[in-house]
Structures are given as C-alpha cells and as structure tokens.
Design a protein around this ligand. Structure first.
Ligand code: ADP
Ligand code: ZN
Ligand code: ZN
Length: 758
C-alpha cells in the first residue's frame, strides 16, 4: 500500500470540461487509508465549495509548494470505490483511443453509484408449535379471524414471507405488529440481490467433446496451469461446437476458482443462448446489458465482487464487470462490428479485453466462423494462437451454394427481384411445407425518392443525406429522425413522376404476397423490431412454423437454428459491396457466409442462392465456396496494397462545427500543425506504398462522406502509419492544440482503425 502524502484527483466525473487531475494533500488521519479509485470530497474553485472527485493516484511527488495545496476533506461513504485496475484500463483507453480521462472512467464504471439494496421481510415464529396451537385456539374463540389465519400458517411453517402473508392471507400490518409486540412472531428484513435472469432450469452436463474440441480445451487449460497467458482464436464454421468449447473451458476455470466474462453481440444474446449457460452453471451465471435497471446492474457487480458469480454474459460493456479473480475472457463472434464503441472513447472490445486480460492475469479466447482480418492477421503473425474447427459434431452438411447472375436475368427479360431459379425453388419449398429465408443485406428501408423528369432528390434539410421512403408516404431521415410526407409533385419542376427507387424489405414482402398465392411472410428489420422483445417474438413465430418465409436484413443471419429452413436466398449480394469504405469486402463476405450457414441446419440438406450483379467479385466467390482462407489471402493483399488496417494503422480525426467556414479553417490548421511536428510523407507521395519506417501519411481535410448531420458540419483528416504509436503521438499533439486554442464550438473526435464510417 502506498503511504503517499498527495492524491491526484479528477473532479466530478460528470463534468467533461475539467479534464485534468488536481493535486491535494492527504490529511494525517487518511494516510494509508486513502487509495486509488476512492471517491472523495475536496474543496474546489474560488469559493472552496466541496466537490466530489476520484483519486487516480496516490503519490509522494509534488511539483507544488506544500502550502499551496488544499487538503482532501473526506471520503464519500456511499460511493463505490473504483478498482485500481479500472483506473489503469481507463488511462490506457484514454491514451490508446483518444478521449478525456473522465469519459474513459465513465466507460469502465458499470455503475457509478451504490444503489439501495432490495429488501425482503420475513415472519418467524418464536413460540413452539404447541404454544402456537394454544394461541391459535384462543384467537378462534375470540373470533379474531385474521390472527387465526396467520397462526394457522405458522403452525405449518416456521418462517413465512411477509409479502405472502399480506397479499395471500390479506392480513393487516396492525395484526402482525400486535403479534410481534406480544412476542409471538419476529418480523425481520433481509437484503437480497436483484437478479435479472428468471429461469427455472434443470442442470445438464455438457456433451463429451470430440477430438478437435478437446484439443483446444486441453491446450488452453494446460497453458493456463503453466502460467502462460495467451490470446487464442478459434476459427470454426457455424455449428462446429465453439460454444461447447467455451462452456467446457469455463468449467475448467471454475474448478480453478476463476471467473469468466463472455462477450456476445447484443443481438445474439437470446433466451436460447442464456438457457445453455444456465443449464450448465445454474444461477452462478448472470447477464449484464443495457436493458438492466441501475439497481440490477449494481447488484450484478456486487455479486461478482463477492464471488457469488462465476460467469457474466453480455455485450461489449460486460467487459467492465469487476471480478476479483478473472481467469478468462471469451469473445464470441469476434468479427462483429458492435464490439467497437461508437462514442468516445471509441474502444474496441477485442483490444481492450487483451489489455484487461494482461492486467488481471487472464487468458483471452476469440471465436468466429469468419474471423476479422485483424484477428486472423495476428494469428498469422503468431501473436494469437489459432485453432480450427472444421466439422459439425451433429453431422449435417454445409448447404450447397450457387451464384445467380442478375445481369443475365435482366438480359433475358426477368425484371423481378426474384430470379427464375429462386422462384422455382420457392414454389418447391412451399409445396413441401419447408421454410425459406430471404435476406437483403442493407437496412430495412426503401431507397431515396427522386423526380424522373428533372432528377431532383428528396433530402433532409438538416443532414447531407437523402430521405428514405417508407410505407404510407412517409419520408424519414435515418440520421436525425426528421420526417415529412412524400410530395405529390416535384417541388422543383412540378412533374408528377416523383417516385421511390430500389427495393427494401417492405417492398419484398409486398412482392412475395402478390407473386406467391397464400404465402405467409414474416418481416424482420429495423422497423419491425423497434419494440422490446419484438425481435425474439418474430424468431419464435418463425420457428413455430407460423410463416413460410422470413424476409429480413442482416439481423436474420445471426446464429439461429431453424431446422425447417432448407432455402436461403440472398437477394442482391453486392449491395453491401457498394459502401465506400475499405471494409465492405470483408463485411460482404461475413454476411454471405453467415447467411449460407442458416440453410440446412436440420436433417434435410439446404440450398443457398446468392443473387448478384457482380458474380465474379472474390467476396462473393469465396463465400459461395465457403473458403475463408482464400478470401483472407485476397483481402489482406488488397489491404496491404491500399495501405489499410490491419497491415497499417489508421486514425480518423473528425472535426465538427456548427459553422462551415470555421470548421474548415480549423481542420486546415490542424493539418498544418501535424506537418510541422511530425515526419510526414509528402502529400503527393504514393499513398499506396506501405512505409514501414512509421512515417505518417496525411489525407485531408475533406468533408466527411456525410458532410452534415443535424446542422453540424463534419470534416475528416486521415492519418496512416505502420506504427500505432505514431498515431497516438499525433493525437496528443492535436489534443493539446485544441486545448490551447480554446475553441468552444469546434469539436474533435478520434477514431483508431475505424470500423464504420464516421
Ligand atoms: P457453434 O458455437 O460453433 O455454432 P455449438 O457449440 O452451438 O457450435 O454446437 C452446435 C451444435 O452441436 C449444438 O447443438 C451442440 O449442442 C452440438 N455439439 C457441440 N459439440 C458437440 C459434441 N462434442 N458432441 C455432440 N454434440 C455437440
Ligand atoms: Zn422534378
Ligand atoms: Zn436529418
């Protein structure tokens, strides 16, 4: 324990403006007691008003004269001390991703404040059964009905839940009080933890692992016992038994008195997944996600700290549950883009988990059927250990996949979104009463509306994006929520030919209904899943056979087993290739591979049709042949040639301003400043050549691909370097420039190795 005399303190973590530490003296009586992570009260500002702050460091060093320092006033009792590891993690995030320390601290604290424990009252009988019988007879004689009812129950049970007595027996508090004052019963309160999961399940043992699976388990546990802490990547096709491996690894960790964090994309955190963990580990498993109340979150952290939980499951943020003896972190579907935060600090759960595992002495297990280029690249370089699962333990073959050239369909006179082959197969499935899934890899709305006469396009008045057409003539902006009605006439030229383009899921549903007689369709997209539970409800209905076809966006391709689905159609595979960022090929491959994995999960073989205008693109070809390696080799070559992650690192600096001119000037100044202070490659140099010396390439400033959102203008600067450290240096330079410039309206955000366009 540090016996330091000074504490570095961050004031009031809800206040982002004062993002620096202030030093205070630690008074005698708190020396050796005050620790990093504690919440304290300190005098602050001119009036020395007491404010709350977090101790981020206790030290013997000071740069100030002793008498200039104020003193810590006291420790805030009901506050939660922050674990020292959490502070280290926050500091690392701030440094690695660029954000304020305060924002980083807020990110790593799952709950900021202690919540009142939930209470339960119980009634305990103090008399013997004999004595109670006697009192009961007395009550009957005196016609004291309520009293008699309670006593009758107490003869049967020594302890009764208070709520039950009040509600079921309808006995008043007065009656109970009088029983208590006569020494017949005792009313007690006890605390209990809120438990967000209410499942009554029978425990089940795991399956015997097959050879491939057992090898992974044995090696990971063996490494662990030998004190080796590594990152493992399990590349296994869907249904190859990855989850079964996680479960048996967790079992191994529990035997070693270690706890585990399991990250799962929010969308895959279904009842079925939870059930599997519950059957195995009972109520020593819990969940942590955004739907929990503050009290529930607090209680899960308490249970974790007290060692009452072995496993926590949840999306990205479950990483911050404070286990005292963390042994393993599992990240399932590690390629999912939802593992990257979209708000500052824009951290990636995979990298953060690696850092946290290092702090805690835990190992990290990543799993995916289509690993991210990042993870596979690191596995190739040897910094991750790679395992491969090649077959399904339950048997069942991979579906057969064919590619349909939509250009040819059009040439041969078919204007429908359903190719002739797809129509044929659909008819066949309908007659056999088997199910099909149709997948559109774009968000679930129709395209923009434009005038066929003059080309005018309906745009959002606040953002630089076109409005999207919805059923019922609604026009919606998907960035700010602006909504208006579709005009009858073009506002520019007055033509009546102002119409929607392209097909969304709504249109596909309509066309299915008119094309196939009596077909039953379920649709799943952003619109139909807005309500809580609607996602699960749609899936359950489809699983129960309430529809012949499920039409949907990306959501439908995520790991669900529908044994009766024997046909999967991808309607226009190249839609996701048109996104203008370097990950579109990877995303397309992942989506198509996952979609293909949906067919033929039961006993009957499955068929997959991929309709596309670009049948010769490698993302499409490799997903059709289900060949990850071939895809990886092609893609990593392009990343190298183009100078993109993971081959080199990239940092986007987003500059926003309510004023277009000022934003542009500010962005320009930032570029100038970086050039003054860092060795940069010349602007006109070949960006495509990868420079391994770490020299920086600057691109921009330029308007972001969406140049305005909600009337705020957006500019981007891209910095590339083979060395991550060079980029964090630039970040530091820019941060201190922004602070000294003291600009109020211009705002800066950093995004390292961006996953989505910002
Ligand atoms: P993944 O997570 O890779 O999609 P799962 O672990 O969910 O794969 O396994 C797919 C199916 O195979 C599940 O129904 C699971 O119960 C079953 N399974 C996994 N491993 C085995 C095994 N060793 N023996 C028998 N069945 C298994
Ligand atoms: Zn017009
Ligand atoms: Zn808008």
């Amino acid at each position: 324990m540090t016996q330091g005399k000074y504490a570095n303190i961050i004031i009031d973590i809800s206040h982002e403006k004062v993002d620096k530490t202030f030093q205070y003296k630690i008074p005698e009586q708190l020396r050796g007691i005050l620790e990093e992570g504690m919440c304290v009260q300190v005098p602050f500002g001119k009036g020395d008003h007491l404010r709350q702050g977090y101790v981020v460091e206790v030290t013997d060093q000071t740069q100030f004269p002793e008498d200039r320092l104020k003193q810590v006033a006291g420790i805030v009792r009901e506050s939660l001390p922050v674990e020292a590891d959490a502070i280290k993690l926050a500091a690392w995030m701030k440094q690695t991703y660029g954000s304020t320390m305060i924002a980083a601290l807020k990110t790593v604290l799952p709950v900021k404040q202690a919540m009142k424990p939930k209470e339960k009252k119980k009634i305990t009988r103090l008399l013997t059964i004999e004595e109670t019988r006697w009192v009961w007879a007395e009550a009957i004689r005196k016609h004291q009905g309520a009293r008699a009812k309670v006593l009758e129950e107490l003869i049967r049970e020594e302890v009764l839940p208070y709520e039950l007595v009040r509600a079921k027996l309808n006995v008043s508090p007065t009656t109970l009080k009088s029983l208590e004052s006569q020494g017949i019963i005792k009313i007690e309160r006890e605390n209990y933890y809120r438990n967000p999961v209410k499942l009554e399940v029978n425990r089940e043992d795991g399956r015997e692992l097959n050879g491939e699976q057992a090898r992974i388990r044995d090696q990971v546990l063996c490494d662990f016992d030998e004190g080796k802490r590594k990152t493992y990547l399990i590349h296994g096709i869907t249904g190859s038994g990855k989850t079964e491996v996680y479960l048996s690894l967790i079992e191994g960790m529990i035997k070693r008195k270690k706890q585990c964090i399991v990250l799962i994309p929010e969308i895959a955190l279904t009842y079925q997944t939870l059930l599997r963990f519950y059957k195995r580990f009972g109520d020593r498993v819990s969940v942590m996600n955004s739907t929990l109340s503050a009290g529930e979150k607090f209680d899960q952290c308490e249970r974790a700290k007290k060692g009452e939980l072995d496993v926590i499951i949840g999306p990205r943020s479950a990483l911050f549950v404070p286990f005292p003896n963390l042994g393993m972190i599992v990240i399932d579907e590690e390629h999912e883009s939802s593992y990257k935060s979209e708000t500052m600090p824009r951290y990636h759960a995979r990298e953060s988990a690696e850092y946290l595992a290092g702090l805690k002495g835990a190992c990290l297990v990543l799993g995916s059927a289509t690993p991210s280029l990042e993870a596979y690249y690191r596995a190739q370089k040897g910094s991750y250990e790679l395992f491969t699962l090649n077959r399904r333990p339950t048997g069942g073959n991979l579906a057969s996949v064919s590619i349909i050239d939509l250009r040819k369909e059009l040439r041969e006179g078919n204007r429908s979104i359903f190719s002739r082959k797809l129509q044929e197969l659909m008819e066949e499935r309908l007659s056999k009463k088997e199910q099909a899934m149709l997948f559109l890899n774009r968000r679930g709305y129709a395209g923009f509306v434009s005038c066929r006469a003059c080309g005018y396009v309906m745009k959002c008045p606040h953002c630089d994006v076109s409005l999207s057409q919805h059923l019922g003539g609604r026009m919606v902006c998907h960035y700010c929520g602006y909504e208006t009605r579709q005009p009858q006439k073009c506002p520019e030229c007055g033509s009546a030919y102002i119409l929607g383009f392209k097909a969304g899921t709504e249109q596909i549903e309509q066309q299915l209904l008119s094309r196939f007689q009596g077909i039953r369709v379920l649709r799943m997209d952003a619109d139909t899943t807005r309500k809580k539970d609607s996602y699960e409800k749609i899936l359950a209905a489809f699983c129960a056979g309430e529809a012949d076809v499920l039409v949907g966006t990306q959501m439908i391709v995520k790991g669900h087993d529908f044994p009766n689905v024997t046909l999967v159609g991808v309607l226009a595979a190249d839609l996701s290739l048109n996104d203008s960022d370097y990950r579109s090929g990877e995303r397309t491959f992942q989506l198509l591979t996952q979609a293909a994995g949906r067919a033929g999960r039961g006993q009957r073989p499955g068929e997959v049709l991929i309709q596309t205008y670009r049948p010769d693109h490698y993302s499409i070809l490799c997903s059709a042949s289900q060949d990850y390696r071939a895809f990886y080799e092609k893609e990593i070559m392009y990343r190298g040639l183009g100078g993109y992650p993971p081959v080199i690192h990239m940092m986007a600096i987003l500059i926003t301003s309510p004023n277009e001119k000022r934003g542009e000037t500010f962005a320009g100044r930032i570029v100038e400043m970086i050039k003054e202070q860092m060795p940069c490659l010349a602007d006109n140099s070949d960006v495509k050549k990868v420079d391994t010396s770490g020299k920086v390439t600057l691109i921009g400033p330029a308007r972001a691909s969406i140049g305005r959102i909600n009337d705020i203008y957006r500019f981007l600067i891209y910095c590339k370097s083979s060395k991550y450290r060079q980029l964090t240096k630039i970040k530091d330079i820019v941060e201190s420039y922004v602070q000294s410039a003291g600009s109020r309206e211009e705002n800066i955000q950093f995004d390292f190795d961006p996953v989505n366009n910002i």
